[in-house]
Design a protein around this ligand. Sequence first.
Ligand code: C5P
Length: 220
Amino acid sequence: MPLVIAMDGPSGTGKSSASKGVARALGLRYLDTGAMYRAMTWWMLRNGVPVEDAAAVAARVDDPVIESGTDPVTPTIAVDGEDVSGPIRSREVTNAVSAVSAVPEVRARMVALQREIIGDGGIVAEGRDIGTVVVPDARLKVYLTASEEVRAARRARDLAADPGASVAVVRSEQARRDRLDSTRKASPLTRADDAHEIDSTELTLDEVIEAIVRLAKELQ
Ligand code: C5P
């Protein structure tokens, strides 16, 4: 089977930039599964579904049509034909996504869609449960970490346009999201036993990409 690289880890570790860089370096496709959960969350909020009500979310799970592109240079995400790549990064969506992604019906639908897109492979897929649930037999699994300080600073930079987004606020929101993502019943964030753990705290983005590309080449 063509290569599947499963990239998992908490938020703010540089997972997206590293995943895209690795995909470009190796000529692979790229899938951002977090964007899919965000797209689902954006749709729920827009349609007035109370996101803390798991039954209400589950009842609407099949309604939005979510389409995810796989080009690492210009990743796209659309809901019902509308480009939502900007709106899914809002703090409102960021703070609601853990509740929505904890709903088993949401996960079942997303995982099915993700497996369809991953197909025969040739792809870098990033998320929280790629190596454990979505593609447990992926040839290369990476679990990316970074210190809490570095992660919060990176997230604050991402949200620089938002005046309410101080490092302290982002840090506490991120801690809450990580706690929810790691303690939910349905496929919590956890490192697969056979994943290579890379701590990006002291590494540049290029160094992270190089380390993963090296691991991929060792497999060939
Ligand atoms: O990676 P990103 O920060 O965009 O992910 C947003 C949220 O989507 C995560 O906090 C998590 O709740 C959810 N997620 C997930 N499983 C994945 C990817 C993301 O539950 N595979």
